[in-house]
Design a protein around this ligand. Structure first.
Ligand SMILES: [Zn+2]
Length: 249
């Protein structure tokens, strides 16, 4: 195989690696957003519990005021007791107080129920606050991991790019330009293997004569169909893992 073709194969490997790292970096925000979901859910749930607690507290506050008002009315009625002259008046006065007192019992019961609900709500709130706290911790932990991953991938790309810049100077300018055109046009795959008379870039049959030339001469040919650069590698010996594709020699 000629030297320039070997360089092209190696360049393709490098570029494939760079593209794969870039893809991984682009996937990171999506990876990150999945940890946002439980945190958002926990916060929404806590907010709804807080709102319910606010409503309950407001109701209790209103009932406390109502209780004070009724108590005030009773006090005022009782203060007028000394003005009562007749039994009939006394009876009416007593009944009036009784109605208000019954009202007091009713309000006190309602306040008790509200206090129980407020207590239960406070318990729920503490539980949900704990869930939010844990979700926040997990989110921050993942944020850090993903940030580190991003930094790691970025510096990896820098290493590959530096190696690539160095490498490209060894490739003929014209050949490199052709490579770049193919790379951009053909989904990042400009150099492919031929195997069993088939181009592995487009899965089209290679004419037998061309296939033989690629095998025998080791020169730089292109697929007549997809226009990718083609190369041939000897299949691995039978004792090796048949699934592994050998790298350029
Ligand atoms: Zn092809």
């Amino acid at each position: 195989m000629n030297e320039q073709l070997k360089l092209l194969i190696e360049l393709q490997d490098l570029d494939t690696e760079i593209v794969s790292i870039v893809d991984n970096i682009e996937l990171l925000p999506r990876k990150f957003s999945q940890f946002e979901v439980p945190l958002k859910e926990a916060r929404t749930s806590l907010e709804s519990i807080n709102k319910k607690a606010e409503v309950l507290n407001k109701k209790k506050h209103d009932k406390d005021l109502e209780l004070d008002e009724v108590q005030d009315k009773i006090d005022k009625l009782k203060a007028r007791s000394s003005d009562i002259k007749t039994n009939k008046e006394y009876e009416a006065h007593r009944k009036e107080i009784e109605v208000f007192e019954n009202n007091i019992y009713k309000i006190e019961d309602e306040i008790l129920v509200l206090m129980e609900e407020i207590e239960a709500s406070a318990g729920n709130m503490r539980k949900e606050e704990e869930i939010v706290r844990k979700a926040e911790d997990e989110f921050k932990k993942q944020e850090k991991i993903i940030e580190e991953e991003k930094n790691r991938l970025n510096s990896e790309i820098e290493v590959y790019k530096a190696r690539r810049n160095d490498f490209v100077t060894r490739i003929d300018k014209e050949l490199y330009d052709q490579y770049m055109q193919k790379f951009d046009r053909l989904g990042g795959l400009a150099v492919v293997q031929v195997r069993n008379e088939i181009c592995l870039g487009c899965n089209t049959n290679i004419p037998p004569q061309l296939y033989n030339d690629i095998k025998e001469t080791g020169k730089t040919y292109t697929c007549y169909y997809c226009k990718r650069f083609l190369y041939y590698l000897e299949p691995p010996p039978p004792d090796e893992n048949p699934q592994s594709i050998p790298q350029s020699s």
